[in-house]
Ligand binder design. Structure first.
Ligand SMILES: [Zn+2]
Ligand SMILES: [Zn+2]
Length: 146
């Protein structure tokens, strides 16, 4: 595919997703590993009022630095495969809640609890979630939680 270098604006051919052309990424890499105070490690622009330890002139350069470091690291470690992301539900899943309430109420696990909820649904015509919320509400009232 053809990408456009975010620094010099040149178009270049690349097989991976890259933000910078080869020349710019080599130059930037040199600056990242051998930083000069007051010079942006990525674009090489001078930063007259750079704070101590400031390496990048802008958020954009900071972001580019990450992609360069990543890319080089992966070049040197071709065997490395990122660990699969473990899915962490933000809120507890409905299934876990059903299971939990089932145990608290002494009905059983998820299966038994769902069977009980479904029986109630057939009578009430409400959805599984509504019946569950109702049961949970009643349980919590009875057991003094709020
Ligand atoms: Zn370039
Ligand atoms: Zn910069």
């Amino acid at each position: 595919m053809i990408a456009t270098c975010e620094l010099c604006g040149k178009s270049f051919e690349t097989s991976q997703k890259r933000n910078l052309c080869e020349a710019c990424s080599v130059a930037a890499e040199q600056r990242i590993y051998h930083p000069t105070h007051g010079v942006c490690c990525i674009c090489g622009r001078t930063m007259p009022d750079a704070r101590r330890g400031q390496k990048y002139c802008s958020q954009k350069c900071k972001r580019l630095s990450r992609s360069i470091i990543n890319l080089r690291w992966h070049d040197k470690h071709p065997e490395y495969k990122p660990a699969p992301k473990i899915k962490k539900p933000k809120t507890r899943s409905f299934m876990a809640e059903v299971e939990d309430l089932g145990r608290k109420m002494g009905i059983g696990g998820y299966g038994q609890m769902m069977a009980m909820i479904k029986t109630r649904c057939q009578k009430s015509g409400l959805s599984v979630r509504s019946e569950f919320c109702h049961l949970k509400f009643v349980y919590e009232k009875e057991h003094g939680h709020d």
